[in-house]
Design a protein around this ligand. Structure first.
Ligand SMILES: [Zn+2]
Length: 256
């Protein structure tokens, strides 16, 4: 596998965004692999659409490729808000592949955001396009990467180097149980995990988490039982073998 693009294939394209797109699609078609199963091939699901969509022929897991010179860390502009929300609801949202390249077509990084981490609190509704826009009234969305913890950002290529495939798939698999949960529940679990990671220590206590209560209240302003919900999510994370209960309201991480 090569962490370098082949710009020669796009000699006939003039516009830079189109060029970047064609080159990245070709690269993923020959170097991409499925994170959800053992298939080493992804195929393009439809040609000439606005989205760079890929699919695994073996397990049907979907991917959406996005290419950047510098990948955003906070908000990633995506397509229509309503369409994304219904894909999340139906459990058909794709995993995102964020490809960061250098100006001379080397790949700096490739990061996967597993579909399990796309939850309602991560999808931000943008303001409708103004009356002078070609698509006046259209409402797009941002994917708030800062609301997805590092557990939900899997490195496939890091600083130009491939991370071992086995390690990448194991990380993806760890969070696969989330796929069976309703989007709102998955959102709670992912947020709890992000908050716990944010504590920055290998073990923690219930009061440590309660101190971050505000974060949960901001994400779920309707919920009146935030602490109950947090404790429930600790059980979910325990069942997923991500944390361990040490007794007396103490917990520790089972995965680094
Ligand atoms: Zn697959």
């Amino acid at each position: 596998m090569e962490a370098v693009f082949d710009p020669s294939i796009a000699a006939r394209y003039k516009s830079r965004p189109q060029l970047a797109r064609v080159i990245s699609e070709a690269w993923l078609a020959s170097n991409g692999y499925c994170l959800a199963c053992t298939s080493d091939k992804l195929r393009q699901s439809k040609a000439n659409t606005k989205c760079m969509d890929f699919i695994c022929s073996h397990c049907n897991h979907g991917y959406e490729l996005k290419t950047f010179l510098r990948r955003p860390l906070k908000a990633l502009p995506d397509g229509a808000y309503a369409a994304m929300m219904s894909r999340i609801d139906e459990g058909t949202a794709p995993s995102l592949l964020l490809l960061e390249r250098t100006a001379n077509w080397h790949i700096k990084s490739l990061t996967a955001i597993p579909s399990m981490f796309l939850t309602p609190i991560v999808i931000e509704k943008r303001n409708p396009l103004g009356p002078s826009a070609a698509r006046a009234g259209w409402i797009g969305c941002n994917i708030r990467l800062d609301r997805i913890g590092l557990d939900g950002q899997i490195s496939i290529i890091d600083q130009g180097e491939f991370v071992p495939k086995k390690q990448v798939r194991e990380q993806f698999k760890k969070f696969l149980p989330l796929a069976k949960k309703k989007p709102e529940e998955r959102g709670w679990t992912a947020l709890t995990l992000m908050v716990l990671r944010g504590l920055g220590k290998p073990s923690f206590s219930l009061p440590d988490i309660y101190e971050k209560e505000q974060t949960f209240m901001e994400a779920y302003p309707e919920n009146r039982h935030v602490r109950d919900k947090i404790r429930q999510q600790l059980q979910v994370l325990r069942d997923m073998k991500i944390i361990r209960f040490e007794g007396r309201g103490n917990y520790s991480f089972l995965i680094p």
